[in-house]
Design a protein around this ligand. Sequence first.
Ligand SMILES: C[S@@+](CC[C@H](N)C(=O)[O-])C[C@H]1O[C@@H](n2cnc3c(N)ncnc32)[C@H](O)[C@@H]1O
Length: 296
Amino acid sequence: MAALVMTELKTVGALVVWARQSLDLAGVSNAAQEAMWLLEHALGVRSHQLVSEVERLVALDAWTRAESLVMRRAAREPLQYLLGTQEFYGLDFSVSPAVLIPRPETELLIKEVVRHVGSHSTVTIVDVGTGSGCVAVTLASLLNGTRILAIDQSPEALAVAKNNAARHAVGDRIEWLEGDLLAPLQGRQLVGSVDVIVSNPPYIAEADWAVLEPEVRVFEPRLALVGGQQGTEFHARLLQDSQEFLAPGGLLVMEIGQDQAPMVRQIAEQVGGYAALRVVEDAAGIERVVIAQRLG
Ligand SMILES: C[S@@+](CC[C@H](N)C(=O)[O-])C[C@H]1O[C@@H](n2cnc3c(N)ncnc32)[C@H](O)[C@@H]1O
């Protein structure tokens, strides 16, 4: 690993130069900016102080904190796990290695669900694979009066999600369920009555796992990422299992991986029971969300 090691107590200016060089040498693409964010966090200062107080000596405990964070980032641990937070749809979410770091493209799920729900207030929404809770919590904070159920197989992820819901004062609006996909809905009088099932499921194909960036492959939970041999296995199960719970005209809204739209469309046609399938592109022009409407 290519990180430099600091050997003697130095100034803020020297720490900034060392941090930037260490991240640069480790191949972190946004090294200068990330060095500043890590040092702001470690030293408890604002970025302008890192520039204006270059001569100030760094206290030993702050130095140790900074050194540890920079070394971990140089070992390609994701910045968000080190800072403990990621912004999603304008809200801050706590993140830990138990959850996938929310991605900007997942905001498309929110836009599509909000567009569908509109001003209807008595709506039931299920978020499958809630992870950090970014989808469920954002929807709860945008859509007053909706009933939201959030499912994940990982109890550790659910703990993070609950914490995020409390942070955004929607904890009492979301029911948290641990289990496999839609199985936890059984026995809850939800058959044929759910308006929207939304999911960002694991969708990386097994073979693509090895070529992922180290930040993702080594540090993010494999359970959150790998979807099976094809990568579309979760979409297939969701298309199949959602039929029991969706109300007539209800929507299944799923994030997909690049180039998966044709395969998911084919699966939907084989499964049947859906009136229309719409594919939505993200800001980069990549087909990113599939929306299947249950026959009315
Ligand atoms: C791609 S992550 C999405 C997390 C979050 N919704 C987001 O968009 O950032 C997929 C999530 O599905 C969960 N998961 C994986 N397999 C599952 C299963 N069989 N049943 C329920 N949840 C599952 C993982 O634990 C993970 O939190």
